[in-house]
Design a protein around this ligand. Structure first.
Ligand SMILES: [Zn+2]
Length: 280
């Protein structure tokens, strides 16, 4: 949904920091020996991600022949997430890295956790790999859980590799029943291929964005009621229309695909709303 800048940290540096305080010599040795496998996995990832081929990466139970998935996942949970863990400062930095702390998956709620694009439960080698980890809200993180993709169409939108911000794909229409409300839906941009559009459709459905945006737009209409009514009384439907157009263009200049942009475009294009449909 929202593109994020790549994390600047090197995967092996992050891994080194996380395992730096492991005292068990056998475990430390086995993890140390995973570095070359991790580097190879990162190279494979950054090669495949821009081509929507991450689903072709095989799931793993063992890394480098002798590190279990559980042991590798613990490098994240025990050595990056823990409050006193050596990698905690990196966790905190990444968690705060989204603009205005807005979740890149829903573009609405605030970030309060980290999400693994390829879930660490199935791809433990990517447990602390920077390009696989981004800030997200707990709700989106929970919805996604350990879901894995089996085809390009089901590859989740990746905040570091996918740009779905420039072309218009989110629209809304006014439901002409009082109180007025909005229904959100997706449209296919001309420049997109079918796979890219199916991915955004899947994303929209999986993260229940229609429900999320309808809820927030309902609040927006209620909060605007006083202003719209005042404009209608003083200048009629045309004054309402002018306000809605300004709002739409302002929202659009900030973000083509926000629910706010879709809301004001739909209201601006609804003569029913401007001619009294807004009345409760
Ligand atoms: Zn979210």
């Amino acid at each position: 949904m929202r593109k994020l800048n790549f994390p600047v940290e090197d995967a092996i540096d992050v891994f080194d920091i996380c395992i730096s305080k492991i005292k068990n010599p056998d475990l430390k040795d086995r993890l140390e020996n995973c570095k070359s496998s991790i580097q190879t996995a990162v190279t494979d990832y950054v090669d495949k991600a821009p081509r929507t081929e991450l689903h072709t990466i095989a799931t793993q139970n063992v890394i480098n022949g002798n590190v279990t998935a559980e042991e590798m996942k613990k490098v994240y949970t025990d050595r990056m997430v823990g409050v006193t863990a050596p990698g905690r400062y990196i966790y905190d930095k990444w968690r705060a890295s989204a603009p205005n702390n807005i979740c890149p998956l829903c573009a609405q709620r605030t970030t309060d956790t980290l999400d693994h694009h390829l879930p660490k439960g199935h791809y433990p080698i990517y447990s602390v790999v920077p390009v696989n980890i981004f800030p997200a809200c707990s709700s989106c993180n929970k919805i996604k859980l350990d879901a894995i993709s089996v085809a390009p169409e089901t590859d989740h939108i990746h905040p570091y590799f996918d740009n779905v911000e420039d072309e218009l794909w989110l629209k809304a229409e006014v439901i002409e029943m009082k109180p007025a409300s909005l229904r959100f839906y997706t449209v296919k941009p001309d420049d997109w291929d079918d796979i890219k559009y199916t991915r955004i459709e899947n994303h929209f459905r999986l993260f229940e964005l229609e429900k999320l945006y309808a809820s927030h737009s309902g609040e927006e209409l209620a909060m605007n009621y006083f202003r719209i009514n005042k404009l209608f009384i003083s200048g009629g439907a045309q004054s309402v229309r002018n306000f809605l157009e300004d709002s739409w263009l302002s929202m659009k200049s900030a973000n083509v695909n926000s629910w706010q942009t879709a809301t004001y475009e739909a209201l601006f294009k609804s003569s029913w709303y401007q001619n009294g449909g807004f009345l409760m």
